[in-house]
Design a protein around this ligand. Structure first.
Ligand SMILES: [Zn+2]
Length: 503
């Protein structure tokens, strides 16, 4: 076996972190770029692109992000590459991202696409490491880190210190974040300050808002517990705090004075930190700080994403409702390119014009089965239109209307880019059959579910033998056969394998 002096890369990551942090991640960034480039060369629907981004591209960085704080420049680069791919960049052409990053990371029920914010996910992963160190202070890694970096204080009070390693500095970068989501679970109350610590779950911000009346400001929560009954001292509470706070404190169960106070993760049910809970917590703050409250109502998005139509059409409807389709007006706003004319008439092409007001569209609507939906176009925005239709018609009509919109868009593109135009009746018929076929296929799939019952291997009965065989085709041609014979209780008797050359 050859012996290598230095393992250069492990899971795409250089094993020795040098001075340039960015260099450390070039391998991963290149790999993501290559993947995206490969995907770009294939014709992929938006729905397929979404799956690839979420399951492959964003996952590439996960390993590195568990150990290191990836520099923001690297994350920004990856984010822009992914967004360009998602919005349909061709070759090296520049494509505008139609929505801000803060909106794209909102969940689908908030009108976003639920893409992962990489910086937040990085924090959530690093915080998980800190949490593990806090939970298992006697583990080998915790012991080593404590000896080196935080001899006299808990990991939650540790500091980066002098000349720290990149890994330690990365962990410390997530400490404030972890601490911001922790709160105390009261045991005996000895470790928790009444004023300044977070310990009242039903109080806003989890704090006691002002110092207790009649007690020293640095009093501990144990001062509020009657040592004999081991219950809250009601009269003392009433003396110290306003009524509402007293009620909130009384809701906290007491576990007896033997129990130490513990820090727990404030938003999870069982108090333990998980990457998912951490990420959600981070995202909530991130959205608040950036003034993003989502777009539209959950009930509308839920209905939209639950429609029984092809995923690519749902993606299209999402773009329609968020008004981010590259219609003439949007293109000219973003790129100063001239020509925002509708391809079917001379008016300015807005989404409302194209799908509603244009003479061409109106004629098509009138001959279609979903002509009513056309009349529900109430206000000058497409989200409002979708919502209105959703409220007025049944699910099937909503689906037919959505497919019609998609066909109109396809036709518009064919006209604009290839100068091809279908007869108006033809569009209506195509849309109708497209949906019928889709539903028939779905129904067929439901009727013939792929059931594969995995039967566990059972040993043969007493005095019998069981023979299992297998055969496979080798990559270089030829066939390999294998056989195993086992006796009672599965006792191994004979195994053989043979390779047969030839075609
Ligand atoms: Zn027009």
């Amino acid at each position: 076996m050859p012996i290598v002096a230095k393992h250069e890369k492990y899971l795409g990551l250089a094993t020795v972190a040098g001075r340039s942090k960015k260099e450390l991640f070039t391998g991963i960034v290149d790999r993501i770029r290559k993947k995206l480039k490969g995907w770009k060369e294939r014709v992929l629907s938006v729905a397929a692109r979404e799956v690839l981004i979420k399951s492959v591209a964003q996952a590439q960085l996960s390993y590195a992000m568990t150990v290191f704080k990836v520099p923001e420049g690297v994350l920004d680069e990856v984010h822009s590459m992914i967004m360009a791919f998602w919005w349909g960049q061709k070759g090296t052409e520049r494509r505008v991202s139609w929505l801000r990053r803060e909106e794209m990371v909102c969940s689908k029920m908030e009108g976003g696409m639920g893409f992962r914010d990489l910086k937040g996910f990085n924090m959530a992963l690093l915080a998980k490491q800190l949490w593990n160190l806090y939970q298992r202070p006697n583990s080998l890694i915790a012991t080593i880190l404590r000896a080196k970096y935080h001899k006299h204080v808990s990991i939650l009070d540790a500091r980066a210190g002098y000349n720290p390693s990149y890994m330690w500095r990365s962990l410390m970068s997530a400490l404030d974040f972890l601490n911001s989501g922790l709160r105390w679970r009261i045991g005996n109350g000895d470790s928790v300050c009444i004023w300044g610590d977070k310990w009242v779950p039903s109080s806003p911000e989890l704090f006691v808002p002002s110092a207790p009346r009649g007690l020293p400001v640095d009093s501990r929560v144990s001062a509020l517990i009657d040592p004999i009954t081991e219950q809250w001292d009601l009269s003392l509470l009433e003396n110290c705090f306003p009524n509402e706070l007293v009620r909130n404190i009384l809701k906290i169960p007491l576990r007896g004075i033997q129990e130490p106070d513990r820090l727990i993760w404030s938003t999870s049910k069982n108090g333990s930190y998980s990457v998912l809970e951490g990420y959600r917590f981070w995202l909530k703050k991130f959205k608040e700080e950036n003034g993003v409250n989502g777009f539209g109502e959950e009930v509308v998005w839920k209905k939209m994403w639950n429609m029984n139509i092809a995923p690519k059409i749902k993606q299209f409807i999402w773009r329609f409702a968020r008004e981010v389709l590259p219609t003439g007006d949007h293109i000219s706003e973003k790129s100063q390119r001239h020509g925002d004319k509708c391809p079917f008439c001379d008016l300015r092409e807005t989404q409302i014009h194209l799908f509603g007001d244009c003479q061409w569209t109106s004629r098509i609507w009138r001959t279609s089965e979903v002509a009513d939906c056309f009349n529900y176009q109430p206000v000058q925005d497409c989200y409002g239109w979708f919502k209105q239709v959703m409220e007025k018609v049944d699910e099937e009509t909503l689906e037919s209307w959505s497919v019609m919109l998609w066909y109109l868009w396809k036709e518009r593109n064919a006209q604009l880019f290839n100068g091809q135009k279908l007869a108006e009746e033809e569009i209506v018929i195509r849309a109708k059959y497209y949906l019928q076929d889709y539903k028939a296929n779905q129904a067929k799939r439901r009727e013939e579910p792929e059931v594969r019952v995995e039967k566990a291997w059972q040993p043969p009965l007493l005095g019998e033998y069981k023979i299992n065989t297998d055969a496979g085709f080798g990559q270089a041609g030829g066939v390999t056969l294998g056989v195993v014979i086992r006796g009672e209780q599965g006792k191994f008797t004979l195994a053989a394998a043979k390779r047969l050359e030839g075609d």
